[in-house]
Design a protein around this ligand. Sequence first.
Ligand SMILES: [Zn+2]
Length: 365
Amino acid sequence: MKLEQILKTLIRFKTVTSDQKQNALCLRWIQKQCKKYKVFTKLIYQASFPSLLITTQKTKTPTLWLGAHVDVVPGSPQVFVPKQKESRLYGRGTFDMKFAVACYLKLLEDLSKKLPRYDFGIMLTSDEEIGGEEGVKYLVAKGYRSKVVFIPDGGQNWDIEKGAKGVLELEVVSKGISAHGSRTWLGGNAITSLMGFLDRIQKLFPQEPCGDTIHWHATCNVGVIEGGKAANQIPDFAKAQLSIRIPSESQTKALLKKIRALEKKFPSIKVAIVHATPSFRNDFKLSFAELFSRIAKNKYGIKTGLDLSHGTSDARFFVQRGIPAVSVRPQGGGHHGENEWIDLKDLERFYSVFKDFVIQVSQKT
Ligand SMILES: [Zn+2]
């Protein structure tokens, strides 16, 4: 099958993370394709999330894992119908990251009878968009590891990801005293104190325009705010949810200290950490990334730079265990939006570089 045909087939599976049936269907379809090849497959369920493992050798620790998630973020029904305009293919998951799954399936087809000569595995999970705890995190903890992992869920336009910001999700709860809205002196307005607090929080972050073209600084988004029932009532409760992105762990520590100090100044306010994902830096010798760069340059004259990512990916679970991750993508964009796309011509080039990379890294000696 042609690379783009595989990708189009994958897009039609509505593998939204919350729909584990569709994710399982998609993974079973992939498993079925594997029957043609001399590979070992295993479908694992962890907390109802399916993961599919495909290896050329019977092992949990191949030299190279090729990682990808089949789950996608929700979208309108149209985005699950692939549409091609010139060399661009539009559809949910084209860029994030079913193109990688298509590359992996194409690789199995191309290597076919030669597969036993290589030592690599394909790790496909279905919960990346909600944190990856039951997918890659679980599998790595269970001993599914490798010398290096290829996981093209970061990096931009052939730039290789060098690191990613961490995530800190906070819930801020403000309590007040309810009273009639005409007697403000009798109550304590939970919304007003929350607004005052959030205003102080925002001042802890650089204001835009910040002058840093790559914005490698901490950011804070107030994504949810709730509170109040009627205009003539003083609200006794208000709540906000914040998503903070931070480049380094030392900055996270320092920032939390400042937030806690601020919390003390607002007795009616409590801050809770809902979720924390550490930042990571792929500060290895980058020898595998260099190999990928060299192949891209020799084959197509493509110059790969280094990229720092504002989002996070499953790569961090490997990096935390000392396993270097190579994250790089062809031209594409619009992920999580209605116009997600990938450039099919560039994808062909990407596949060809990727294939050479896998052959060189995982060839058995
Ligand atoms: Zn900035």
